[in-house]
Design a protein around this ligand. Structure first.
Ligand SMILES: *Cc1c(COP(=O)(O)O)cnc(C)c1O
Length: 350
């Protein structure tokens, strides 16, 4: 019998998200790089005062209030912003708008696994290029492919490293297709790539409220690019992809930069502390500009540690993937959570 699905769908595995425990459980959750702190108190005010009459109507199709807030905070015009149901949706819009059988997608590995999943859904080809050991961006190899879409996550997951802006600028100038700079973790990094977006017509920066703003639950992300690049994405976007509540909450969170920055500062301090504590246990730690650490346990038993921690109610991320089998990705929690993690690991390594 022939399949109900397209050949690409039959062939693909599907993205496997980090486990999500029930909200009432006492699990320490360090597996999805969520922010350990609650969202801005302004978000709570908006939710409590939300006029439920608005729920009867369709939401604003272009999330105007939210785009205005982003525009003021980042100093870019509102027509340079497109809003998505999570930044994952914006990544998908780019793939759907720019690829077909003869138009390749390329990115350096290891990186965000969703890129592969999104391409697998399309009749498009993925070219994966290995990062060297030192995570220097393989510019020449990327340029040689000259994909219709090139993805660079910076800071990258799961490595945590940041790509220098000069490398992004060189890459953008040499590509004829779209360069997607996925900046999901830029709120925890020393700098961002907005200047590259302003300089080159083929570049889009993609941001999210899931990590820096502690709002993974409302699914809100956005892209920044010149209106010409955005025009193709606007054509295929679901009209009402952002619900009214997400738009109102996201606007309040975006306007409370002080709160977001103060949480990011706390995370950065805890990140350095956790890094030192794990190093004392013999872990190798990669420099991180994010809210997580890529680590290599001293006895090479990464999967064992992941499973044992899970038994103790601590979730971290283990990737059964070439080059990562001996490593663990650990999100930075509160200092109390990190302490429990380090004590548990110390016990398991004895
Ligand atoms: C978390 C993450 C995203 C997804 O963000 P959402 O806005 O929650 O969809 C995108 N890219 C990278 C690299 C991420 O780690």
């Amino acid at each position: 019998m022939t399949s109900l699905f397209r050949a690409e769908i039959d062939a693909m595995t599907g993205y496997i998200p980090g486990e999500q425990p029930k909200s009432d459980s006492k699990i320490i959750k360090l597996n999805s790089n969520e922010n350990p702190y609650p969202p801005s108190p302004k978000v709570k005010d908006v939710l409590q005062n939300f006029d439920w009459e608005w729920l009867r109507r369709y939401p604003d199709a272009s999330a105007t209030d939210f785009r205005k807030a982003v525009s003021e905070v980042l100093n870019v015009p509102t027509d340079w912003i497109i809003v998505g149901n999570g930044s994952d949706e914006v990544l998908n819009l780019v793939i759907r708008a720019c690829t077909d059988v003869s138009r390749k997608v390329v990115y350096p590995m290891p990186t965000y696994v969703l890129y592969r999943t999104l391409v697998e859904m399309q009749p498009a080809q993925t070219i994966e290029i290995d990062y060297p050991q030192d995570y220097k961006l393989p510019i020449d190899e990327l340029v040689k492919v000259d994909g219709a879409v090139t993805f660079i996550a910076t800071p990258n997951s799961p490595s945590g490293h940041i790509v220098p802006v000069e490398d992004l600028r060189e890459l953008a100038s040499k590509l004829s297709g779209v360069l997607v700079i996925d900046e999901a973790y830029c709120d925890f990094a020393a700098n961002d790539a907005l200047s590259v977006v302003k300089e080159f017509e083929n570049v889009i920066s993609i941001r999210t409220l899931s990590k820096g703003y502690s709002l993974a639950g409302i699914r809100l992300g956005f892209g920044i690019a010149n209106p010409k690049l955005l025009s193709g994405l606007y054509k295929i976007k679901d009209s009402y992809n952002i619900d009214a509540i997400a738009c109102a909450i996201g606007t309040a969170a975006m306007r409370d930069q002080d709160y977001k920055n103060s949480c990011a500062e706390k995370v950065k301090i805890s990140r350095e502390r956790l890094s030192k504590d794990l190093e004392k246990l013999g872990f190798k730690i990669w420099d991180s500009q994010t809210n997580f650490l890529l680590t290599q346990p001293p006895q090479g038993n990464a999967e064992y540690l992941y499973l044992k921690l899970k038994e103790q109610g601590i979730l971290i991320r283990y990737f059964k993937q070439e080059g990562l089998e001996d490593k663990l990705r650990i999100a930075v929690g509160t200092d109390e959570e990190n302490k429990v993690l380090v004590e548990a690991l110390s016990g398991l390594l004895k």
